[in-house]
Design a protein around this ligand. Structure first.
Ligand code: PAF
Length: 283
């Protein structure tokens, strides 16, 4: 039978709870989220449970990773449903600070990531994003001091940025990427999929089809430019505006001239109506 997770909202209460959870040297895995949980998040929690004795899920919609023009105000917030899902997964603790707890009056320190954070992908279109993510994840890591932290591969550049930060700052946490969970038609699960109209939802899986098509051509030895142009065209013809559709080195995220210079990963961001979707695929 599942029990309700402990819900904690202040730093002193978190410290007390962590002392309890760490009794008998239990290992801890952290799953950082912004709530609006879907099956993709549940797969992160299950991976966390396989790695550590205790699982903490943070739910915090982080204002510093949204630009003023973005959807911070309207980002889906589904607290009750999230708690039920986490209870069903037997999560031990939900860390749910509010903005004043994470960024109290006078807060003046930020992490400015480089390397994969300035690869010219998401950062080109959302220049504020990785600074906000690195700062909040840096805080989550120091607050919780987890042994493991699980991030979805769907946000592939984010995963690389966080892993780089943890290594560069000698944090003890092991950052683990979890495979993207897809709908039956290939659309990657995302909290922002709820923004798609029914018509757009029908079209959206073309992103996955285009990546698969380009990956196949790259594996067959096609020229990078030609293989990527083919995928880009498929996406554009379906009605998307493409921000980027590129093949990069899967670790550094640097451009590569051939998949032989890999491991290679295709990364895409494209806008359909008011919704911006991102996805990626190993080649
Ligand atoms: O991927 C997300 O949900 C967020 O970017 C994260 C990692 C929880 C930081 O706010």
């Amino acid at each position: 039978m599942s029990r309700s997770p402990m819900i904690v909202r202040t730093v002193p209460a978190l410290r007390r709870a962590l002392d309890g959870l760490r009794a008998r040297k239990a290992t801890i895995a952290l799953v950082p989220t912004m709530g609006a949980l879907h099956d993709g998040h549940v797969s992160l929690v299950r991976l966390a449970k396989g790695r550590a004795r205790k699982v903490i899920v943070s739910i915090f919609v982080n204002p510093t990773q949204f630009a003023p023009t973005e959807d911070f105000g309207s980002y889906p917030r589904t607290w009750k449903a999230d708690v039920s899902r986490l209870a069903a997964e037997d999560v031990d603790l939900i860390w749910n600070p509010d903005v004043k707890v994470m960024y109290p009056e006078g807060f003046a320190t930020r992490i400015v990531p480089e390397g994969p954070a300035v690869a010219g992908l998401e950062d080109r279109f959302r220049p504020h994003f990785f600074g906000g993510v690195a700062t909040v994840v840096g805080k989550l890591f120091t607050q919780v001091r987890p042994d493991f932290a699980i991030f979805g591969e769907k946000d592939f550049q984010q995963l690389r940025v966080v892993a780089q930060m943890a290594g560069d700052l000698d944090l003890r946490v092991k950052v683990i990427g979890s495979r993207t969970v897809r709908e039956r038609d290939g659309l990657a699960m995302s909290s922002r999929n709820v923004y798609l109209t029914p018509g757009e939802r029908q079209v959206a899986p073309v992103l996955y089809r285009a990546m698969k098509e380009s990956a196949k051509r790259l594996r067959a030895g096609d020229d990078v430019e030609a293989a990527m142009a083919g995928g880009r065209e498929l996406i554009t013809n379906a009605g998307f505006i493409v921000d980027y559709f590129e093949v990069r080195h899967a670790v550094t995220l640097a451009p590569i001239a051939s998949v032989k210079d890999g491991p290679a990963r295709i990364l895409v961001a494209a806008r359909l109506g008011k919704t911006r979707l991102i996805d990626n695929l190993g080649v």
